[in-house]
Design a protein around this ligand. Sequence first.
Ligand code: SF4
Ligand code: SF4
Length: 361
Amino acid sequence: MSVDMSKRKTDIGPPHHEQFLPPVIKANYGKWKYHENPKPGVLVHVGETGDKLYSVRAATPRLVSIETLRLYADLADEFCDGYMRWTSRNNVEFLLTEEKNIEPLIGKLKAAGYPVGGTGASITNIVHTQGWVHCHSSASDASGVVKAVMDELFPRFENMDLPAKLRIAFACCLNMCGAVHCSDIAILAVHRHAPVVDHANLNSQCEIPNVVASCPTGAIRPATVDGNQSVEVIDDQCMYCANCFSVCPAMTLNDPDTDGISIWVGGKLSQARHVPMFSKLAIPYVPNNPPRWPEVVDAVKNLVEVYAKNARKFERMGEWIERIGWPKFFDLTGIEFTKYHLDDFTHAGESYNRSLHVRQR
Ligand code: SF4
Ligand code: SF4
C-alpha cells in the first residue's frame, strides 16, 4: 500500500516538505534535464517536458529581522506565487516560472539593499553559527567576523570570476554548528586551554555524573578537591570543545586572552570530479580582534587571491592543493608551516606517505 506522505498527520517533527513544493517542481520531480547559470544569481532548470524554473538568489544578513522576512514574502507573492526557499548557505532563493519577472525582482531586491549573486564560480553567502549573540561556548563572534570578511570579498559574490565555486564557513567553536568541515575555506574559532573548574561551586551547580558523561574524550573524572566533591580534567585528553561547559557553568572555558581563530582549507561536499574532502588546517591561530578582525580578513583574502591566481578552471580549493602539494601551497600563500600542522590523531599514521616517492617543488 502506498502512503501519500504529503497528507500524513503527525505531531513529531516538521510537516512533509512535499506539500510546500511549487507546482512546477512537483510536475518535474526527478525529471529535470539540465540547468544553466545565465548570469550571477540566476539559475534556470529545464525539465524533460520543456518546463522552466528560474531561481533568483540573493544574499541575506543570515540573522534576519521580521521586517526582512516580510519583505521577502511580499516579493515572493508579487513575482513568484509566494514560492521561495533558503539555501544551505543562508541565501534566499525566489522560484519563478515567468522569465519576465526576473529583472523587476532583481531591481526591487537591489533597491532594498539585498545583492543578487552567489551562483557558479563565485563566493556565496558565508554560512555561520551563533557567536556572542547567542551561544555560551563561543570562542569568537560569528556575525561580526563574517560581516568583516564578506565586506572585503563582496565583489566575488556578484561576479563569477573564480576558477570554481568557493564556499566559506564560520563556526564559533569546534562543535562546529557551521559547515567548517566541508568548506573550501573554514574559519573556526578555538579555545586553547582546558576548562577551569570552579571546585567550590561545581557540586551545587551541576550533577557530577552528567559532567563526566558530557566529555566525548573521557577527559573528566570525579575528584575531591580541597574537601569539595568535584571533577578533575586530564589536560592531554581535552580537545577544548566546551561540551562540559554546556552542561555545567562551573567548567569555564571562555578566555578573552587565549581564545582565537584558526583557518582551514580544502573541504567540499560535492561529488563532482573528486570525492568529498575534509577541510585541513592552514593557520592554527589568528588573534580574536573585534570589531573588524583585520588579521582574519587579511588571511582569508590572501587565500582567495592565491587560489584565484593559481588554480585551473573548475578546480576547487582542495583539488588545487592536492594537485600542487602542500609544500607548494605553503610557499604560494606565505603561510608558516608549524608543529600544529602535524596530524597526531590516533589513526593519523594510516594517512601518512609511506613510500619513497616525493613530490618535486
Ligand atoms: S559552533 Fe559552538 S559556540 Fe558556535 S553556536 Fe555552535 S556550539 Fe555554540
Ligand atoms: S572541553 Fe570538551 S574535551 Fe575538554 S573536558 Fe570539556 S568536554 Fe572534555
